[in-house]
Design a protein around this ligand. Structure first.
Ligand code: C5P
Length: 333
């Protein structure tokens, strides 16, 4: 039976609780050790089947619409895979509502791409191995595989080796995006061997998460911080403003420019955000998002299977979830 209306899918952003660049690889990328955490700030995708087989995307930030958009590229990539596997073509109309700032270090584009992959696998009735899904995700960007499972995860290699962890201690997060762009490639290029980490802080934080212990906030690290603070004075100034506003800990997310400050209680977080907003900073008050919350919101694929064998696409009734449609294949064009 044709499936005619849209599903809405949230695409949660991330912060890097730790981000250690371990060294340069022969392929030009860098090896990483990072503990990533999904957060409540999110974009929303609406995906509706397009019976004519066309794949299109509209976005409330018009400059982000178009073929370069990672969610649309995810649709094309999955469609190419489906064609190769089943000899049929698949259409979709994607509407993308942006909330996560772009080029911010929060993984917004990567989250959109992963959400599109998961939703379309279901919408198009594609069953594929978790490994294949991960490979498609990694082709779209280093951060994309993490967003297939969300929650808290240890990320290694170029970013494609994702080990799901239990949910880290829940935290309120004040996010502040200074008004500068830090291109990711340039941020990596600015690093030298003297900046590289050894992965010890990441191992310690991952260990605490595995034990269910409170996060050792004094062990949150980010290899990019020194160079980004040096090269972007507006980031250094925003950092000082966050500390002055009462943030006990301030860290960079990804290669920036967004800074985050974790809080264990809402009141000081809200007070800090208010002060920063009054001073003209672009801020958000968010919180960490556990894996169960991601799975409830995204009843589209068995993300638990991502650490294991085959990725099947159970129906909402099997999962006890709501808000999705039966994973019926679309009629052939
Ligand atoms: O994979 P992604 O498109 O996110 O990477 C953007 C750029 O960041 C790459 O072209 C590369 O220069 C750099 N990068 C890196 N090592 C990584 C991830 C990204 O050097 N692990």
């Amino acid at each position: 039976m044709a499936w005619t209306h849209a599903v809405f899918v949230p695409a949660y952003a991330k912060i890097n609780l730790t981000l250690e660049v371990l060294g340069r690889r022969p392929d030009g990328f860098h090896d990483l050790a990072s503990v990533l955490q999904a957060i409540s700030l999110h974009d929303t995708l609406a995906l509706a089947p397009a019976p004519d087989g066309a794949r299109t995307l509209v976005c409330d930030v018009p400059v982000l619409a178009g073929e370069a958009n990672l969610a649309l590229r995810a649709a094309h990539l999955l469609a190419a895979h489906v064609v190769a596997a089943a000899g049929s073509d698949r259409g979709v109309r994607i509407e993308l509502r942006k909330e996560t700032p772009v080029q911010a270090g929060l993984g917004g584009g990567s989250a959109d791409a992963a959400a599109a992959l998961l939703a379309l696998a279901r919408l198009w009735g594609v069953a594929m191995s978790a490994e294949t899904l991960r490979e498609l995700a990694a082709q779209l960007g280093s951060d994309v595989p993490f967003f297939l499972a969300g929650g808290t995860a240890l990320v290694e290699g170029r970013g494609e080796r994702v080990t799901s962890l239990p949910d880290a201690e829940p935290l309120w997060l004040v996010l502040l995006k200074p008004p500068v762009a830090v291109p990711t490639g340039a941020a990596f290029a600015a690093l030298g061997p003297g900046d590289w980490g050894d992965g010890a802080a990441t191992a310690e934080v991952a260990g605490a998460v595995r034990r269910g212990a409170p996060l050792p906030l004094d062990r949150l690290v980010n290899t990019f911080e020194a160079s980004v603070r040096r090269d972007y004075p507006l980031v250094a100034r925003a950092w000082d403003d966050l500390l002055a506003a009462g943030a006990p800990v301030v860290r960079l997310s990804g290669s920036g420019p967004t800074l985050f400050a974790p809080f264990r209680e809402l009141s000081p977080a809200a007070a800090a955000q208010q002060r920063l907003r009054a001073a003209g900073h672009e801020t958000w008050l968010a919180h960490s998002v556990g894996r169960a919350e991601v799975e409830r919101a995204l009843p589209l694929a068995d993300t638990r299977a991502l650490g294991g064998t085959s990725l099947r696409l159970p129906s909402p009734s099997q999962r006890g979830g709501a808000g999705g449609e039966d994973p019926r294949p679309l009629p052939e064009p």
